[in-house]
Design a protein around this ligand. Sequence first.
Ligand code: 5GP
Length: 127
Amino acid sequence: MYYVYDDRNIFAKILRGEIPSKKVLETEHSLAFEDIHPAKPVHVLVIPKGPYVNYDHFVAEASDEEITDFFRTVGKVARETRVAEAAGGNGFRVLSNCGPDGFQEVPHLHFHVFGGAHCGPMIKRDG
Ligand code: 5GP
């Protein structure tokens, strides 16, 4: 297997209840909680409960049930935090950093959900 999951990462500790987090919502296969250093008024992290390093690992090895649950949870977070337009908000951004070039700091798959303010251009262009 290409990806080796290391369960000493900080999100694994949150899942095991070893360190606290501000829970936004929880489902059978996913957990959403507030980012400790919010970059926008709404900044929520959504993680699968299973041991997946990043997006590539998750979609290659997770069950259809886990994948469906995860993506629906991202949508629920956008609605429940009221950044989704369907919930009266003004839109949001979903982002997942993967690996060194993606600048991923925590090696457990997470989607960031940003909102409550304009998120600016998608990414800084080289040069
Ligand atoms: P990455 O850079 O891997 O995409 O994002 C990691 C995110 O995890 C960062 O936005 C960082 O603020 C957040 N983070 C790091 N440690 C903790 C923690 O202990 N609790 C919470 N809630 N978020 C954390």
